[in-house]
Design a protein around this ligand. Structure first.
Ligand SMILES: [Fe+2]
Length: 268
């Protein structure tokens, strides 16, 4: 497996607090079958190129420690970029796009959806990047607005959901949203979003098991292995309208509205 979203890079955000913690997170990840990881520290809307340079320095230091410790997880650098004005410009700074590819992991602020969301994503795409929305299932306003979700999918925005969301780490509502998105075929990647050793570990296996049991081995292979490997190799990852062969093949806008809103209504 390849984990494309985590906070293993030490001492730069609310993730790993030391090199030792980073190493232990990677050891445990390796033990459960993670072969590569794209490290994605938070890159806040107010952060500038100096912060990106700090990430690169820390990455080089960590890489050395990982090699010294005999850990075999292959490391790449990227960032979890907070939605901002000038997103396309920041995406071009060294160390921001995922593993030097054209894929950019975008995080939306909690609360009301930012004005200019679709325009910002359009600009990013026009500049030649492929935006990936980080954990949309955890964004209450977004999961409560199915038409907005559908519009983002029509813009070919890729979705990454958190492994912990599928397994219930963030509560029932988020779990239901994550599972619905996965069942709908609106997920391209599942990642750990691991921050530490205990509460939010770099763990993928239980989520993979749920996908395997519920959606099949081929889907699990796609979300945990094939798509993330394509990303780190700079190859293309297809944005799916819906699960192959199912009713979801119809154009998104023409679908009956409210499937997600209705089901999530229970937790409103
Ligand atoms: Fe994150």
């Amino acid at each position: 497996m390849v984990d494309i979203h985590n906070h293993v890079l030490p001492d730069v955000d609310d993730g790993a607090d030391s090199v030792e913690t980073s190493l232990e997170m990677l050891r445990r990840a390796q033990a459960e079958g993670v072969e590569a990881a794209v490290l994605t520290p938070h890159f806040k809307p107010e952060d500038d190129q100096e912060k990106a340079e700090l990430h690169q320095q820390r990455f080089a230091q960590l890489q050395e420690a990982v090699t010294g410790a005999g850990i075999l997880v292959q490391l790449f650098l990227g960032a979890e970029v907070g939605f901002r004005f000038g997103l396309a410009e920041a995406a071009g700074w060294p160390g921001i796009a995922l593993a030097g590819s054209r894929y950019v992991l975008v995080d939306m602020p909690p609360g009301p959806l930012p004005g200019g969301l679709e325009k910002g994503m359009f600009e990013l795409r026009t500049a030649g990047f492929r935006p990936i929305l980080g954990h949309p299932e955890r964004h209450r306003q977004l999961t409560g607005d199915e038409r907005q979700l559908a519009r983002l999918r029509e813009q070919e925005l890729l979705f990454q959901i958190d492994a912990g969301s599928l397994t219930g780490r963030f509560g029932q509502r988020t779990q239901a949203a994550a599972r619905l998105l996965a069942e709908r075929g609106w997920v391209e990647f599942v990642a750990s979003d691991g921050h530490n050793l205990e509460k939010r570990p770099l763990a993928l296996q239980s989520a993979r098991q749920w996908v395997e049991e519920t959606l099949g081995a081929a889907e699990a292979q796609l979300l945990f292995v094939d798509n993330p490997w394509r990303l780190v190799r700079g190859e293309s990852v297809a944005c799916r309208e819906g699960r192959a062969g199912g009713a979801a093949r119809r154009p998104v806008a023409k679908r009956r509205q409210g499937w997600l809103s209705r089901l999530l209504g229970t937790w409103r």
